[in-house]
Design a protein around this ligand. Structure first.
Ligand SMILES: [Fe+2]
Length: 191
């Protein structure tokens, strides 16, 4: 069975080179999290309809769900990055465009990790109460990477589609960031 598609590494690489951003442009310095505003759109956080909570409690729950959403995408980067680098090494001698496209993707994923860590540090600094997440991420990544490359690739594809779906379903206005930050902050933060 063959899969039909129109994608090429050359086109993917060309498109990716049009996008350039830096972590420092999105978070840190004067770009702080604003805990007076929700972190996630309600289409993802689903807190507005919880009538047993006060408005302030819904806001806190929105913040917690924002932090867990961030952690989840940070967690999956733990296996996406090494998986992508390994695939780049697979074809090192044969296809330079493929190598560049995959290494460019890996570089973006490493940047996402740095971004998530920066957001997480800002959250931990100002949220006031420590919250814990599933993990350790390295152990989960190790378990995922123990499966066949095809199955891991399908999982990563699913995650990419899910993040694009969330982007489609939501209007992102960077609710938790000051006016200096652009709406792309949360788009990148979704991995
Ligand atoms: Fe990512």
């Amino acid at each position: 069975m063959s899969i039909q598609h129109n994608y090429t590494y050359e086109k993917t690489l060309t498109d990716s080179l049009k996008i350039n951003w830096n972590v420092d442009d999105l978070i840190g310095g004067t770009k702080l999290l604003d805990f007076s505003r929700p972190f996630l759109p309600d289409s993802l956080a689903r807190t507005n309809g919880i009538e047993s909570l006060s408005g302030k409690e819904r806001l806190v729950l929105n913040h917690i769900r924002g932090a867990t959403y961030l952690h989840l995408f940070g967690l999956v980067e733990e296996f996406i990055l090494p998986f992508t680098v390994d695939r780049a090494k697979d074809g090192l001698a044969t296809d330079k465009l493929r190598t560049r496209a995959l290494l460019g993707f890996a570089e973006e994923e490493a940047k996402h990790q740095q971004l998530f860590q920066r957001f997480a540090a800002e959250f931990a600094k100002d949220f006031g109460t420590p919250i814990e997440f599933i993990g350790p991420a390295s152990a989960i990544a190790k378990a995922v990477l123990s499966h066949s490359p095809l199955s891991v690739a399908i999982l990563i594809l699913h995650l990419e589609w899910a993040s694009r779906r969330h982007e489609y379903l939501t209007t992102w206005t960077a609710p938790a960031l000051g006016s200096a930050a652009s709406s792309t902050s949360f788009e990148y933060a979704r991995g």
